[in-house]
Design a protein around this ligand. Structure first.
Ligand SMILES: Cc1cc2nc3c(=O)[nH]c(=O)nc-3n(C[C@H](O)[C@H](O)[C@H](O)COP(=O)(O)OP(=O)(O)OC[C@H]3O[C@@H](n4cnc5c(N)ncnc54)[C@H](O)[C@@H]3O)c2cc1C
Length: 343
């Protein structure tokens, strides 16, 4: 049995109390929600916070998912993945988010794991998510150097930064849905667009200060928006994605008015495939559907934005090739009434 390292544990009841603890323990403390990712990482000693601040009892983070008239749908970060997938508002306005949440890990993990934890998920790598003995045998790595500075990235030794991947299933979807996040600390509150929350750096992967937490996410109402998320993984049961594609199209007057395509698990942050989007924007529909050639052209462009390394399951070159296939499938699925197909 792998044991957790020692740590002090706080379980505050209010947001104010939580932020006060995080401020006073700045740098030493880490928030924990469901713990489904943090605890395994602590057992592997890749994350060893001296202080844990549980968000589970913080009432402000566990309010109901609600509709805010002008802004859209507000999702408190403490909502579990099960709550998100079963929520009526989510099912009505964002069926793709409901289905994506129910495709993460296993039902037990969905009952514990939160949407906030999923959006703040640590980046992953075959050289990082290993036991201490395994990491010692290869001399550790840039992201978990075990006290020795100047250790290169084991996957891309010439890279100035860590290339661990963002494997969150919901992060690319929130980017494609143009979600906005509320971050809070004892200094106050700030809003950040979902796509600006992520940094393409395996070590410093979030624009989040050490004493800050994600309190809620706001999704604008999806007027005429068709959305889907597809992921590639070895087993369709509980594996992490090794390629994720979120696509959203806004259709008006038989034309594509807006297009958003975000790739994930092929870099350290969700990446927007801007040139693929450009090809779609302004294109006319035929019999209410996107033309095959437009889809094919857009999907081909997406490959440029896919930069996988051999640090997850499957070969990197194959994941890159599959980017075109998955973007094509995602766009084709938006032509169908059933908007999310799990692959
Ligand atoms: C077997 C297995 C399979 C999995 N499969 C998938 C998968 O397919 N797809 C996927 O996306 N994930 C997967 N996961 C990862 C994980 O279970 C989920 O991402 C889950 O949603 C994480 O939520 P949590 O509340 O448990 O996060 P925690 O483990 O509590 O926290 C994760 C990280 O987020 C930080 N954090 C948590 N809440 C906040 C907050 N409100 N503000 C700021 N920081 C915060 C923590 O400090 C920590 O760094 C899997 C995990 C396991 C064990």
């Amino acid at each position: 049995m792998i044991r957790l390292p020692e740590f002090s544990y706080y379980s505050p009841k209010t947001l104010r109390e939580t932020l006060k603890i995080l401020a006073s323990e700045r740098g030493k403390a880490r928030a924990v929600a469901g713990g489904t990712d943090l605890f395994p990482n602590m057992k592997r000693r890749v994350q060893t916070p001296a202080v844990l601040v549980s968000l589970n009892q913080v009432k402000e983070l566990h309010r109901n998912i609600s509709r805010r008239r002008s802004a859209g749908i507000v999702i408190p970060s403490g909502s579990t993945l099960s709550e998100v997938s079963r929520n009526q508002l989510i099912q009505q306005f964002y069926p793709s988010l409901s289905k994506t949440a129910s495709s993460i890990a296993t039902p037990l993990i969905q009952n514990m794991g939160t949407i906030g934890g999923n959006l703040c998920l640590d980046t992953r790598c075959t050289y990082y998510n290993q036991s201490p003995e395994w990491r010692e045998s290869v001399g550790y790595c840039m992201k978990a150097p075990e006290g020795k500075p100047d250790i290169p990235c084991r996957v891309a030794p010439g890279s100035p930064q860590c290339v661990a991947v963002n494997s969150s299933d919901t992060a690319p979807l929130f980017c494609a849905l143009q979600g906005e996040f509320t971050l809070v600390s004892s200094d106050g509150e700030r809003k950040i667009k979902a796509c600006d929350f992520y940094r393409n750096d395996g070590e410093l992967y979030l624009n989040l200060k050490p004493d800050e937490i994600l309190s809620e996410m706001i999704l604008p109402l999806p007027e005429n928006l068709k959305v889907c998320y597809l992921k590639l993984r070895r087993r369709g049961s509980f594996d992490f994605p090794v390629l994720g594609v979120a696509a959203a199209l806004k259709i008006a007057n038989q034309k594509v008015e807006e297009a958003r395509i975000f790739l994930n698990a092929v870099s350290s942050a969700p990446i927007e495939a801007a040139e693929s989007e450009k090809i779609l924007i302004g294109s006319s529909l035929e019999d209410g559907k996107l033309k095959k050639e437009t889809i094919a052209k857009s999907a081909r462009q997406a490959v440029k934005y896919s930069a996988p390394y051999d640090n997850t399951d499957f070969y990197a070159f194959w994941r890159k090739e599959m980017t075109e296939v998955f973007v094509k499938r995602a766009l084709e699925s938006l032509n169908e009434p059933e908007i999310l197909k799990e692959l």
